[in-house]
Ligand binder design. Structure first.
Ligand code: C2O
Ligand code: CU
Length: 491
């Protein structure tokens, strides 16, 4: 991997970039018919353009983006409002938009061929759905996403609670990772076999809100709600706020019991979101680094918190940290139908499967879940590199790998029998993560994308209450394209 290059930016450039996002084209609210939910109209246009990711004297970067900005405009509504979003395709190829984490009706989910015909170049598609859950979401194409997202097509979608958390300031950081050449251009090696077989297309330049960051101005005593969104194709982040102790209040948009992150690291696999409450408790005039420590030996400083000279207050405020729950149906784990999902393939995958099969032969827990491992080795089929229950998805996958009876509770017992981490995403639902390697999770967190470590088993539980055919895939986009996806039908 080429070393990260993180050129220094002046604070003014950085702030100008962030202001640009706040001012992006947000149209005013419109009232619906009498008594109906207010309808909010937005317009997105996907098109090629140029954008300044790196500071001068570097050149601008040719990108594909929504409304000529990276990220695309922040779509922000109140919970309970209806969104109506027209998406115009100004690219030379087909596209769609998926509203990641939003529980939309199936026809609005933005998956080409499965839920809609792709939007042809020059055409427009109108998406319309209600913001049922408050939280931090994002949008991105689902057509050839390894390249379309990788070239800059994505944006934040924020649904505010009726009573938002009390903070001094709310900030969204959309974090991305790019593979740039010396000319500041994105290298054209999308869909490379090496990236597919390994950890995906990890880049050499990390941006926050479309800029290589330098510092973020804060004030002593300030409380910030920081909404983090990982829009990278493949890079996983483990953010260490060094002298600061952020509190996690939501994961993937869904409230969680406020807690300090394990090991002091805020971990975000691709597509995951974390809402933090950050109390700025450092001294006036000081600077504190935010360090990404996910890849051992490749730690780097993502950004610095830069304290101004004027404190806002002396100590942290004692405002509550709890977010109101969203209207999610609670799965009944005791009565749930159980399903097993095994992920295999990739570099060193054969070795991991053999190890795991050996380990299981020696008895121990999870024998049922693991029992098929040996037969899995013989039955893997498809041209791809990655397999879900023995199948490597090819082309548009339309036949469901699993059917979940509608209205019932289901547990998916998932095993990552590979040597790589995978952020596994289910469309149309949020699920509770109930156990990891047989141990119940502390927070039973709701997620829509769960990061599985190599050889890890994870159980998730959900009520299948959103009918339709839903994508289920790894959100390392090079893994998705090389087989690691399937369709789960709720009927
Ligand atoms: Cu964020 Cu299937 O996608
Ligand atoms: Cu993966």
């Amino acid at each position: 991997m080429t070393p990260l290059h993180l050129p220094t930016l002046t604070r003014r450039t950085l702030l100008a970039g962030m202001a640009g996002i706040a001012a992006a084209s947000i149209l005013p609210a419109k009232r619906g018919l009498a008594g109906a939910l207010p309808v909010r109209d937005f317009a997105l246009r996907a098109a090629p353009g140029r954008f300044r990711l790196l500071p001068a004297p570097n050149g601008q970067t040719p990108v594909w983006s929504f409304n000529a900005t990276v990220p695309g405009p922040e779509i922000r509504v109140r919970q309970g409002e209806r969104l109506r979003i027209s998406v115009e395709n100004g690219l030379d190829e087909e596209t769609t938009v998926h509203w990641h984490g939003v529980r939309t009706p199936n026809a609005m989910d933005g998956v080409p061929h499965l839920t809609q015909p792709p939007i042809a170049p020059g055409e427009t598609f109108l998406y319309e759905f209600d913001a049922v859950d408050a939280g931090t979401f994002w949008y991105h194409p689902h057509q050839r996403s390894f390249e379309q997202v990788g070239r800059g097509l994505y944006g934040p979608l924020i649904v505010e609670e009726a009573e938002p958390l009390r903070v001094d300031r709310e900030v969204t950081w959309v974090i991305d990772d790019w593979r740039l050449g010396d000319d500041a251009a994105i290298t054209n090696d999308f869909g490379g076999r090496h990236d597919m077989m390994h950890g995906g297309r990890v880049g050499n330049t990390v941006t926050i809100n479309g800029r290589v960051p330098d510092s973020f101005a804060v004030r002593k005593g300030e409380r910030i709600r920081l909404r983090l969104i990982n829009a990278a194709n493949a890079r996983i982040f483990a953010l260490d706020f060094t002298d600061h102790e952020p509190v996690v209040v939501a994961l993937d948009g869904q409230p969680v019991t406020p807690h300090r992150p394990a090991d002091g690291r805020v971990v975000l696999g691709p597509a995951m979101r974390v809402d933090l409450v950050l109390d700025l408790a450092g001294p006036v005039g000081s600077r504190a680094a935010v360090v990404d420590r996910f890849y051992e030996g490749l730690e780097y400083r993502l950004i610095e918190l830069a304290y101004g000279d004027q404190p806002l207050r002396d100590g942290p405020p004692d405002w509550p940290l709890d977010l109101p729950a969203n209207p999610l149906a609670e799965p009944d784990v005791a009565l749930a139908t159980r399903h097993t999902v095994t992920f295999t393939g990739g570099m060193m995958g054969q070795m991991v499967m053999e190890d795991m099969a050996r380990g299981m032969a020696g008895g121990g827990s999870g024998g049922g879940m693991m029992g098929g491992m040996r037969s899995m080795m013989g039955m893997m089929h498809g041209k791809g590199i990655w397999f879900v229950n023995g199948v490597a998805a090819e082309g548009p996958m339309l036949d469901p790998m699993l059917t979940l009876e509608r209205g019932r509770s289901h547990v998916l017992a998932m095993t990552n029998a590979t040597a790589w981490p995978h952020p596994i995403h289910l469309h149309g639902h949020s699920f509770r993560v109930i156990s990891r390697d047989g141990e119940p999770t502390t927070h039973r967190e709701w997620q829509d994308t769960v990061l599985m470590a190599p050889r890890e088993t994870v159980e998730i539980a959900l009520v299948a209450d959103n009918p339709g055919d839903w994508m289920f895939h790894c959100h390392i986009l090079e893994h998705q394209m090389s087989g690691m996806m399937g369709v789960i039908r709720v009927a």
